[in-house]
Design a protein around this ligand. Structure first.
Ligand code: SF4
Length: 584
């Protein structure tokens, strides 16, 4: 059976530990050098000699992985980052005239694959010692497939690629100056005025890049991409930091880039948005941080359903043990509402020029309430008032309750994960630590975690405290779609187990729909005013919110997952006429 070894030398303590690991390898004991400690102190594993006995990964579970590859995988890799490092086996293929999505968990190589297409990474076909491969090697590698034609056109300059990278928060670290100067530099189409209008950037054009918000940075990065002369646009996670209204707007904008000569590739974790934006989808599967394979292209509805099922029939691959299922919604009303744990009345708060009003509402025990609304209309302010972090100017909160709060922006330090999550490791191993897969992170300092890892730790940190109410501000940010669904279950089980309640502020509509019993809806004008309405039953709250957005949802008959109806389609018109924006 073919296998690969992944070694993270930074997680191996010292030379003694490495020598010890080499000494316990049965292949080494027969006189061969399967595990080697190199002159520079690095531990390497010869994948051809390794028998997959599993002894060394047990000795250093955080640093060594031995992975058996599927028997069917006979193709040569496209790219490997180095000896005993991540390996990618194929790439997605853009289709002219269509938006093609890429769906897969974090660490499976989505960004690597699109960097190959965007010529940011020159593939080495698994031989990291070789010099750069040219287009001709790529063309011969893909002979007889659609990708052959793609790379021929790329070589002949018939395809020009514009690429928006995933981590827009890194832009201020490398680019200084005003937004307008950055956009002027890349404006090959002379369309700055038009695009900045469409992406609502006019008001921030003269702001410093270092001072704009995450959502603004995202839209600036999208503008910088589409201002380039190109016929293949690649967007790596274009909706992170954006609220739902902006996500829908950006989706429409990206779709509008398509014509008979152009194509778009998009990596997206928000399944409702991916479904809305793309016509086709490639699934990526394999083993996180070890290897990634790209599936054949599928129509988007079918592709997302296959992804949820965990099994690709055509390729006979099971990439997840369980199927992700959606329950019928709205949830059955609890017959006896449990006791009220807190309530508010005529709360008002002024912050600079911004004004927040919350009329009246209450939260019951054992309830999860989703909070929906656009950015800048006071969601975080309201959450902070309930948490006692901010004091209201008028009105009041009925009872003083114990609140545990996870903020939207996460602070880091050099504290180790295991120290930050002491209580969770002691009391909630089965409820929090294992399901969120935090054990492999335990010895990492917080400031070395990726965005998704830090998010999971921050959620665990919030849940480990004893509280009556858990307030989680944007818990889905940086998590992939699978982690978001796992997280829903973790929060739901935990709240039930504790007999507590939770408020969840989030922009992923599917996540909010999946986790919530009730909804609070925010309305208002960003940076000017916000008003809090609810909590409502799901149907009433969603109807209110979706009406404001101008979209309707239906249920996929196979999986029950929510899907956005095409604007002005028969269902869209019918549901709007009946005032049923949310499926029932
Ligand atoms: Fe040696 Fe492979 Fe066994 Fe590790 S898994 S101890 S490298 S044979």
């Amino acid at each position: 059976m073919p296998r690969i070894a992944i070694v993270d030398n930074e997680k191996l303590k010292d030379i003694q530990q490495k020598r010890y690991i080499a000494s316990i390898c049965p292949v080494n004991r027969t006189g061969n050098e399967c595990i080697k400690v190199e002159e520079d102190g690095k531990l390497t594993i010869d994948e051809h000699l390794c028998t997959g006995c599993g002894i060394c990964p047990k000795a250093a579970p955080n640093a060594i992985k031995i992975i058996n590859l599927p028997e069917e995988l006979t193709t040569k890799p496209i790219h490997r980052y180095g000896e005993n490092k991540f390996v990618l086996y194929s790439v997605p293929t853009p289709t002219v005239g269509k938006v093609t999505g890429i769906l897969g968990v974090n660490g499976i190589g989505k960004s690597t694959a699109i960097k190959v297409l965007a010529s940011v990474i020159t593939p080495n076909f698994g031989d990291w010692t070789m010099h750069e491969a040219g287009y001709d090697s790529l063309i011969s590698y893909f002979k007889g497939t659609e990708a052959q034609g793609f790379f021929e056109k790329l070589r002949d300059k018939q395809i020009k690629v514009a690429y928006k990278p995933q981590q827009v928060d890194l832009i201020p670290k490398t680019t200084k100056g005003k937004v307008i100067d950055l956009l002027k530099k890349v404006d090959e189409k002379n369309a700055l005025k038009k695009i900045s209008g469409e992406l609502e950037l006019n008001e921030i054009l003269n702001n410093e890049i270092s001072e704009i918000s995450g959502g603004e940075l995202q839209r600036v990065a999208i503008a910088a991409t589409v201002l380039k002369e190109a016929n293949l646009y690649i967007f790596d996670e274009p909706t992170s930091y954006l609220d739902i209204k902006q996500r829908i707007r950006i989706s429409k904008f990206i779709k509008s880039l398509i014509n008979e000569d152009s194509s778009v590739l998009v990596v997206e974790h928000d399944l409702i948005i991916l479904d809305y934006i793309a016509e086709l989808v490639h699934l990526m599967y394999g083993k996180e941080d070890a290897y990634g394979i790209v599936s054949g292209v599928k129509p988007v509805r079918n592709g997302i359903n296959v992804y949820l099922s965990g099994y690709i029939k055509e390729e006979n691959v099971r990439f997840r043990d369980s199927t992700i299922k959606f329950a019928e919604k709205p949830p059955v009303k609890k017959k006896h509402a449990k006791e009220v744990i807190t309530s508010w009345k005529e709360v008002e708060k002024k912050l600079g020029n911004f004004e927040l009003k919350a009329h009246s509402g209450s939260i019951h025990k054992d309830e999860i309430i989703g909070i929906l609304g656009e950015n800048g209309i006071g969601k975080t302010t309201f959450v902070k008032i309930l948490a006692g972090v901010l004091k209201e100017d008028k009105g009041g909160i009925s009872q003083k309750i114990r609140v545990s709060y996870k903020p939207q922006y996460l602070e880091v330090s050099d504290q180790l994960v295991v120290d930050a999550l002491k209580t969770a490791f002691q009391k909630y191993e089965n409820q929090i630590i294992h399901p969120l897969n935090i054990v492999p992170l335990s010895l990492k300092p917080l400031n070395e975690l990726s965005g998704g890892e830090l998010q999971k730790v921050a959620i665990a940190h919030c849940l480990q405290h004893d509280a009556d109410l858990y307030l989680l501000d944007e818990p889905s940010a940086y998590l992939d779609s699978e982690q978001r669904l796992v997280l829903s279950k973790v929060i739901r089980d935990f709240i039930e187990h504790k007999g507590a309640s939770a408020l969840i502020v989030d922009h992923d509509l599917l996540f909010v729909d999946y986790i919530s019993d009730k909804l609070i809806v925010f309305e208002g004008k960003p940076a000017v005013s916000g008003s809090v309405a609810g909590p409502f039953e799901m149907e009433e709250g969603m109807n209110k919110f979706l009406k404001e957005l101008g979209i309707t949802l239906r249920r996929d008959p196979e999986t029950n997952r929510p899907r956005v109806n095409k604007l002005d389609s028969r269902l869209d018109r019918e549901q709007k006429e009946k005032g049923r924006h949310y499926y029932t």
